[in-house]
Ligand binder design. Sequence first.
Ligand SMILES: Nc1ncnc2c1ncn2[C@@H]1O[C@H](COP(=O)(O)OP(=O)(O)OP(=O)(O)O)[C@@H](O)[C@H]1O
Length: 227
Amino acid sequence: MTSDSACGPVLRFDRLVCEPARGLRRIVASGTVPEGGALVLRGPSGAGKSTLLRALARLVPIVSGRVWLAGRDMGEFSPPLWRRLVHYLAQRPVVFDGSALDNVLVPYRLRIFKDLPPPGRDRVVEAMTRLGLSDPAQDARTLSGGELARVALLRAVFAGPSVLLLDEPTAALDADTRRTVLQFLGTWVKARPGRGLVLVSHVEEDGGAFSPVTAVDLHHNGTGAAP
Ligand SMILES: Nc1ncnc2c1ncn2[C@@H]1O[C@H](COP(=O)(O)OP(=O)(O)OP(=O)(O)O)[C@@H](O)[C@H]1O
């Protein structure tokens, strides 16, 4: 896996020490998310990949270490603003009542982002179509696992993040759909300056969809390092 630092880092974490819940085994890692590209988080099951992602989103306790977004320390942001800009997408998608389209727009329907104008319906439907979601009106509770994963991904994308933290976003997808999703993310991350991705993936080729790309290997003992 190559590393290319031609662009500056969007997100950087240095000797970040976090724990899944207070008092549990700690995870220690440092890494850099390149602008317009991705950091791929690798490691065996239980090594702490999801925990590290959740720590970067300020969803689990950070014991020590530092995190910067576009050069600004995490502490300079309120937690809600940070979580919007550094947006975590869980491994198991959450489904709400309503259609597939309603589900993409949930944060706006619930008025979580009061200061952000909702994206136009046409833009959302166009993105859904690009991801192979051909019926925006379909009841979300009838969507397959792979369709729901793509709905959840679009919900995250339309929340307006700078950095998307994606926990195995291609796990429920067949090879063709996986390529479509990776291509979509590759376009998204380059569409505006200041964007980056962090991706947990067990699929070696997933990282190859992005350039520049960096990696962190988390080990069984919870320590992580760039290879
Ligand atoms: N809330 C929690 N309470 C107790 N233990 C937890 C909690 N969350 C995670 N753990 C434990 O912390 C360790 C790291 O979990 P984590 O989900 O971060 O691993 P992972 O590398 O993402 O694994 P996988 O590849 O299987 O998803 C695991 O041993 C897990 O059982």
